[in-house]
Design a protein around this ligand. Structure first.
Ligand code: ZN
Length: 341
């Protein structure tokens, strides 16, 4: 019905909602009060209930019911499924949106970037409201202005460029959807981020008991991704390297919100975007030959297990997409090929 990309429309919707809300609460109360007062006054005068008096009260009751029903039906007609604008139009969201709107006007952005940013503000702000989590911050505009930076939130279709012979994973085809993800010819299909459609966000469908829900692992990783990871880690082992995968196979939306707010700017993906929430990303731990963990600041040569991993990931249908990102994450691994559906 509406889209919320206009601040005027959002403001209008907010006030409409307020007025309809009043018509369903305060206005009927006002009429009820009016009736009660007339009865009291009537009683003071000797309590004569004549036709005139009753007619007057009935008229008030008629107005009361009419206004209530009118507001109630209008509210429900507008608030039907699909009208996200009406849903989002709350005072807090409106305030956040105004701030964001000023930001985008200050920085002359192209339409698409502008809309993406405003949408993400609406979404984050709305989530803040429904989850009553006042710690959720509005994404800083830098995340949008800096959109050339490749971080976890940037998921691009990566072309397969694998010159090895091991291509068994390319035969993987299973259209059974697991946590919104399915696999065709070794490519992972995951939902495109659809504004207002929470089902498309990452982290909202994590299994609560993976092994009982058709997962082949207790962590909540996508089955195919987990199989690739396992093969990869085993191959490392047979080459004398120790690598472990994180036991958080599927990161919930709330956890991502928490990371986003507590980690350095740009470090964690914007909530709803991380591939961790679809069970198709893992953060690896690399070990030295003496069994200790390679500390941060490591390089492929100072940490040979990591060097092996970076060199051989593609053979197992895996990739380290953030190796050359501004916020370098040498531990973050994903399937080699992702397609948004
Ligand atoms: Zn990661």
């Amino acid at each position: 019905m509406f889209n919320c990309n206009s601040i005027n429309l959002l403001t209008f919707t907010y006030y409409l909602k307020v007025i309809l809300g009043l018509c369903m609460t305060i206005v009927p109360l006002f009429f009820i009060e009016k009736i009660v007062i007339s009865f009291i006054k009537n009683k003071e005068k000797g309590f004569k209930i004549n036709k005139m008096f009753l007619k007057k009260q009935l008229k008030t009751i008629y107005y009361l019911i009419s206004i209530f029903l009118l507001a109630f039906s209008l509210y429900n007609v507008i608030n039907k499924d699909g009208n996200k604008c009406f849903m989002y139009a709350t005072k807090d969201v409106l305030n956040d949106y105004k701030v964001a709107y000023n930001e985008v006007t200050k920085n002359s952005l192209d339409e698409k970037t502008k809309n993406n940013y405003l949408e993400s503000v609406l979404l984050t702000s709305y989530d803040k409201n429904i989850e009553n989590n006042k710690n959720v911050n509005i994404p800083p505009i830098e995340t949008v202005l800096n959109n050339k930076t490749k971080t976890e939130e940037t998921v691009k279709v990566e072309q397969l460029n694998n010159k090895t012979n091991d291509t068994t994973y390319l035969k993987e085809t299973d259209k059974t959807i697991q946590n919104k993800v399915y696999v065709v010819n070794g490519k992972f299909y995951l939902p495109n981020y659809v504004y207002g459609n929470k089902a498309s966000y990452s982290g909202v469908n994590c299994p609560s008991n993976p092994l009982k829900e058709g997962y082949n692992n207790p962590y909540g990783y996508n089955n195919y991704f987990y199989t690739r990871l396992t093969k990869f880690v085993e191959a490392a082992k047979s080459n004398g390297y120790k690598i472990t995968i994180s036991h958080q196979g599927c990161r919930s939306y709330k956890t991502q919100v928490n990371y986003y707010n507590t980690m350095a700017k740009g470090r964690a993906a914007q909530p709803g975007y991380s591939l961790h929430g679809f069970g198709i990303a893992s953060d690896l731990e690399f070990y030295k030959s003496d069994g200790s963990v390679c500390p941060y600041g490591r390089t492929d040569s100072s940490c040979p297990s990591m060097g092996w991993a970076h060199k051989n990931a593609s053979k197992y249908g895996l990739t380290f997409p953030l190796l050359h990102a501004s916020y370098k994450e040498d531990w973050h691994i994903e399937p080699l090929t992702k397609v948004r559906y």
